[in-house]
Structure formats: C-alpha cells, structure tokens
Design a protein around this ligand. Sequence first.
Ligand code: DQA
Length: 148
Amino acid sequence: MKKILMLNGPNLNRLGKREPGIYGARTLKDLEERMIQLGAESQVEVICFQSNHEGELIDKLHEAEDTEIDGIIFNPGAFTHYSYGIRDAIAGIDCPVIEVHISNVYQREEFRHKSVIAPVSAGQIAGLGFLGYELALEAFKRGAEGEE
Ligand code: DQA
C-alpha cells in the first residue's frame, strides 16, 4: 500500500475564512477528508499534517524519509518563496515532492512568482484550487513523479 503525505504550511489552517475570494470557501478539514477518501478508494494511505512553523515542516520532511513515505504533496504557503531551510530539507531526503498552490501565484504579487521549492520538486501545480492536490495524488498513483 502506497503512503502519501499531504503537508500544508502556514495560514492554510485558515482555509474557508482566509481571503475566500482567492482560496475558496472550503476548509482544510474538507480538503483532508477528501484526500483521505480519494486515497482509500485506490488503496493509498493519505497522511495529513499542517503547521504554521517552519521547523515542524522540516521535521515532517525528515520523518517522511524515515517512515518510508512514497511521496509528499506539499503546499508550503509563503515559505515557498523564501525558505532555504525547507528547500534544503527536500533536497536532502530521498522522497519525491509535488508542490501545490491553490491560487495561481504567477498572476499575483511579484514576490509570489519565485519558488525556492520548485527546483527540488518533481513538479508544481498552481491555480487549480483544491483540484491541484487531487491531481498531485493521481500523479503519485501513476508513478508520474519519476518520469522525464
Ligand atoms: C499559496 C500561495 C502563497 O503565495 C501563499 O503565501 C499561501 C498560499 C497557495 O496555495 O496559493 O499561503 O501557497
């Protein structure tokens, strides 16, 4: 059975309340329930974790390798744009990461156009709302993260 970790970074615990015009009306709980259900339908265990703290996210990335997680679906929130600590953690683990953003970061402020995570990720999905997480799960199910 494949094990996939879904990691959400800072402020994503506020989904549903936070800027709903950008991030939608659904909550993190809605997202986590949907992903766990979607995984279960095809014998994939989806493990969910959210933190507002950089170090906790780094610890989870290390733990993912130690617990033989097959892939990580990761929305690092604002850390995407400047956290070299998270970038180095991803580079240092033998576990593929797909970077997901709910909003289309490239249509937004200039500082959101840069991801320090993208160069160490298998792929990136932005702008498709919660569907982006589902598509990342589908990519892991198909083993697409290792393809050229
Ligand atoms: C985000 C985009 C980031 O720029 C922002 O800081 C977030 C959410 C997204 O999902 O669209 O917190 O990662």
